[in-house]
Design a protein around this ligand. Structure first.
Ligand SMILES: [Zn+2]
Length: 265
């Protein structure tokens, strides 16, 4: 009898996260099926929304974070297969997601914003806001541990929708507005070799994690987005994905504990 045959444990899928639940609720309300323009047709994995041949559920990283994310999503945003709020919810354990409507507000959202464990920040460009509300840093005390946990409110929508959401949500009016500074943005673009100014929601979330002093979580979210983008585009072109490309390698490296030689005694 072999003494050390490798045992593969069944992978139990985690319970659906906030964006997954919001998507299911939104789908249930649709009278006709949502057809994503240019999206992938056919069967999708419920865990990652990709075709089963390109499923990346096994790569889902789990990073404990002190920061939380609160996604306010425009109506059809949870239905878009390319929505990256989903990836945030995969990586950041305390991710909350709410559908936005001008006429009604989920009481659970108001309760979350009033929860004393959190310091909410609305992430929005400062140039559109009264200067006294604008902040550029996330409050941390000397040891970075005690005090309130930052909760980043991300408006997951097109720019036009996001502006409307910002203006017509009175419960956001009293909160500080975290405005990402051009220097932070250009550093980020350099690091990521990006040339345009358009950030997807998960990139904004990664910048927020960086500001909150959680670089490992920030880098994990970035690498995970790159892996997702690769799988998504390859699936769209019906090409196999490359599990050994740079993005996969980076995500794997980030998941490894530091080598023993680098650990403190
Ligand atoms: Zn999957």
């Amino acid at each position: 009898m072999p003494a050390t045959s490798p045992v593969s444990l069944p992978v139990s899928s985690p319970p659906p996260h906030a964006v997954s639940r919001l998507r299911a609720a939104r789908l249930a309300r649709s009278s006709k099926p949502f057809l994503a323009r240019g999206g992938i047709k056919g069967e999708r994995c419920p865990g990652c929304r990709l075709v089963p041949s390109h499923c990346m559920c096994a790569l889902r990283p789990s990073v404990p974070t002190r920061a939380g994310m609160c996604l306010l999503m425009a109506d059809i945003e949870p239905l878009k297969p390319s929505n990256t709020g989903w990836l945030i919810a995969d990586v950041v354990p305390d991710t909350f997601a709410f559908g936005w409507a001008r006429t009604e507000t989920d009481p659970a959202l108001l309760a979350l914003l009033a929860d004393p464990q959190w310091q909410p920040y609305v992430v929005f460009p400062g140039e559109f806001v009264a200067p006294q509300r604008v902040v550029h840093t996330v409050t941390q005390d000397a040891n970075g541990r005690s005090g309130k946990r930052p909760l980043f409110i991300l408006l997951d929508a097109t720019w036009a929708e996001a502006r409307k959401m910002f203006r017509k949500s009175p419960y956001l009016d009293a909160l500080p507005v975290l405005s990402l500074e051009p220097a932070q943005i250009s550093r980020y673009q350099l690091r990521r070799s990006r040339r345009d100014d358009h950030f997807c929601t998960s990139e904004v979330a990664a910048l927020c994690l960086q500001l909150a002093g959680e670089p490992h979580a920030a880098q994990t979210l970035e690498a995970y987005l790159d892996v997702y983008t690769h799988h998504y585009l390859q699936a769209k072109q019906q090409l196999p994905f490359d599990a050994d490309d740079m993005a996969h390698g980076r995500l794997r490296d980030l998941g490894q504990p530091a080598p023993l030689s680098l650990r403190r005694p």
